[in-house]
Design a protein around this ligand. Structure first.
Ligand code: SAM
Length: 251
């Protein structure tokens, strides 16, 4: 069908490439992808051949009008990223926005997403959650971003936080989160999801920071941090005592 189709691809395990995803790619007039070599490899394994066009952060804005014109002319274009769900810490948002503004039909074939998979395995409250994607890589900017999150929490935000991170920065980012959000905050590190060495490590932020300082994380990693503890809630005993005191004053 004409229009733009966002197609999720595996995040490590090729068996997660759904039949619908394969069909949508096989039927596309062209496939927009981040890295044509990565997508060409995936397609070759499934004997899918379609022209590939590179769409990445550096050309998306300039290519969007041309692609929208092709969509308006009735072409059926698919969008994939290197892995997982397009747009989620990956290119595509500007094209989707332009397509919607032009009245082009946009549909999606859902599939793997590292953030949601990590959230479901984290043992932390699944909602509300705040997907942050990558934090800044420079220490000062990262600390400032974490301070902004802490300020939102102080104002009442109580959500599980989800971050993407490069393996060699996992230890320092966990330490920065412990520093900015509190050392005892429950957290989870999900590594190599859907792959052979899949692992989820759960514990307080400081413990996880210490672990990954000693053993550098390998592979791909998602960090989940539990919600800020609610403001100290009155216990039933405290409420009883307050009530008794108030009644005593009344008599
Ligand atoms: N669009 C992708 C998705 O839907 O999850 C995410 C793309 S983003 C550029 C790549 C980051 O996602 C990695 O640095 C890592 O934080 C996370 N990620 C992707 N695949 C993963 C996996 N198999 N296990 C753990 N984290 C993964």
């Amino acid at each position: 069908s004409p229009g733009l189709t966002l197609v999720a691809t595996p995040i490590g395990n090729l068996a997660d490439f759904s039949p619908r995803a394969q069909q949508a790619l096989a039927e596309a007039r062209a496939i927009l992808c981040e890295d044509t070599r990565v997508t060409a490899r995936l397609l070759a394994r499934h004997s899918i051949s379609a022209p590939l066009l590179a769409l990445h952060d550096h050309n998306e804005e300039s290519e969007a009008p041309r692609l929208v014109a092709r969509l308006l002319a009735g072409e059926n274009l698919a969008l994939v990223s290197d892995a997982g769900t397009p747009l989620v810490s990956d290119p595509g948002f500007r094209l989707v926005r332009a397509a919607i503004a032009a009245g082009v039909p946009v549909s999606a074939i859902p599939g793997p997403n590292a953030a949601v998979m990590a959230l479901t395995l984290s043992g932390l409250p699944p909602h509300p959650f705040l997907f942050h994607g990558f934090l800044p890589t420079k220490a000062a900017a990262r600390a400032a971003e974490i301070a902004r999150i802490a300020a939102m929490e102080a104002a009442g935000l109580s959500a599980t936080l989800i971050f993407y991170e490069a393996p060699h920065r996992v230890a320092e980012t966990l330490a920065a989160l412990a520093e900015g959000l509190g050392p005892d905050r429950p957290a989870a590190v999900a590594r190599e999801l859907t792959k052979r060495f899949e692992e989820v490590r759960r514990g307080p932020l400081t413990d996880l920071a210490a672990h990954y300082a000693a053993h550098e994380a390998r592979g791909e990693v998602v960090l989940c941090v539990g919600p800020a503890p609610p403001p100290a809630e009155a216990s039933a005993d405290a409420l009883d005592a307050a009530l008794r005191a108030a009644m005593a004053r009344m008599t």
